[in-house]
Design a protein around this ligand. Structure first.
Ligand code: ZN
Length: 190
């Protein structure tokens, strides 16, 4: 590549990088200004369609987001969960296939959604879509916890808690959801 062509390519790359940073900055500002309900409404308007339906939030959408990292080494080494997955993430509630499967299990195999009896639910490292469904159900006393709650507005609904030292007596909950939780010291017995 000649020096001039290389310079132009680098300038374009730097320009694209700057635009990406600006876009991210604007997105962060919009997130601070707009309430969560408004952001959800805007996403519903933007992605409305009939091609897919998310079983967690119930929205019909025209597309789902691709998940995963496009690194060849992940494919070459056949890293479990490292592959890219098309049509994986709901653009409204951001549930991925794992969260949708988990929600379907909860819905079919527990009393959380199929009974009028009150139930207490502890949800560790909540998947946002599932959190929303459970929080909105009147018969569920819901407690979402995380060792490091997100700093976003969604994080305000999550209580800081170390699950190796839960401050609740035994048998306090009818249902405990703890999926895809990592970084627990191996020396600790739960
Ligand atoms: Zn959804």
């Amino acid at each position: 590549m000649s020096g001039a062509a290389g310079d132009i390519s680098m300038e374009r790359s730097a320009s694209a990088s700057s635009l990406t940073r600006v876009a991210r900055g604007m997105k962060a500002v919009a997130k601070q200004i707009l309430g969560k309900d408004t952001r959800v409404l805007l996403r519903r308007l933007r992605y409305s369609g009939g091609k897919y339906q998310c079983n967690v939030c119930g929205n019909r959408v025209r597309t789902m987001f691709t998940a995963g990292l496009p690194f060849p080494v992940l494919r070459e080494l056949d890293v479990i969960g490292g592959e890219t997955r098309e049509n994986d993430i709901c653009p409204i509630c951001f549930s991925n296939c794992r969260a949708r499967l988990l929600f379907e299990y909860i819905r079919r195999e527990t009393d959380a959604f199929g009974s009028s009896r009150r139930s207490k639910v502890l949800h560790v490292a909540p998947e946002y879509g599932i959190l929303s469904r459970m929080r909105d159900r009147e018969t569920i006393d819901y407690l979402g916890v995380d060792l490091n709650p997100p700093t976003s507005s969604e994080g305000a609904e999550i209580t800081c808690c170390d699950i190796t030292a839960i401050d609740h007596p035994a048998d306090s909950f009818d249902l405990i959801i703890c999926s895809h939780v990592e970084h627990i010291p191996t020396t600790v017995s739960l």
